[in-house]
Design a protein around this ligand. Structure first.
Ligand SMILES: CC(C)(COP(=O)(O)OP(=O)(O)OC[C@H]1O[C@@H](n2cnc3c(N)ncnc32)[C@H](O)[C@@H]1OP(=O)(O)O)[C@@H](O)C(=O)NCCC(=O)NCCS
Length: 173
């Protein structure tokens, strides 16, 4: 297959079947098929989810990301196996990251199977850092590695809540 002059575009509902098939064949292998066309369609129609694809008529790769106020969650990413290591994955994620920065997102989170060394190397190359293993993340049968990319400092950092002095018992230190 020749290298495409790849253009990134927003996914349309016409891409749902192709995205679902790629998810089944390249991401969910051995785990069942949860991202079937109806579930993909829900994402495509969700105003808080960004779904971008590469390829004109045929989907060569796609990226689906849910946006919260400060955190974005990259739910699904895949590139056609015949087109890997040509920069398509980087293009897809970089495009999403421009949107995330514009939207004021502070951190982007993603999970992958702990055995998925290619994905780990890929996300590392984009600046993502390991953020821990989530046991049983994939239907209780496989663990995930979580990786996080920080785009800016969080407005609402995690704070350790402490009771006001007046509430403390004399024995509390
Ligand atoms: C992960 C994935 C999306 C990467 O897509 P890609 O188009 O091949 O990635 P790129 O060509 O943009 O690679 C960018 C960089 O990532 C790193 N990288 C990508 N694949 C790699 C691999 N198999 N091994 C080591 N490093 C890798 C390299 O640093 C690469 O730069 P280089 O080619 O100049 O060395 C693709 O391998 C894929 O679809 N995998 C199956 C689905 C999946 O695992 N999705 C992620 C979990 S949801």
């Amino acid at each position: 297959m020749s290298t495409p002059a790849a253009q990134i575009r927003l996914a349309t509902i016409a891409d749902a079947n192709a995205i679902a098939r790629m998810s089944r064949d390249t991401i969910e292998t051995g785990l069942g098929w949860s991202w079937r066309p109806p579930r993909v369609l829900v994402s495509l129609r969700d105003p808080n989810t960004l779904s971008n694809v590469i390829g004109d008529n045929r989907v060569q790769g796609f990226c689906i990301t849910q946006f919260g106020d400060e955190i974005a969650h990259l739910s699904l990413l895949a590139v056609d196996a015949r087109l890997r290591r040509r920069g398509l994955g980087r293009k897809l994620v970089s495009w999403m990251l421009v949107c995330a920065r514009t939207a004021g997102i502070a951190t982007v989170h993603v999970e992958m199977r702990t055995t998925n060394l290619a994905a780990r190397a890929f996300y590392r190359s984009l600046g993502f850092e390991d953020a821990g293993v989530v046991a049983g993340y994939y239907r209780g049968v496989e663990s995930a590695l979580r990786m996080v990319l920080s785009l800016r400092a969080r407005d609402y950092p995690e704070v350790i809540w402490e009771p006001p002095l007046a509430w403390r018992r004399p024995t509390d230190s």
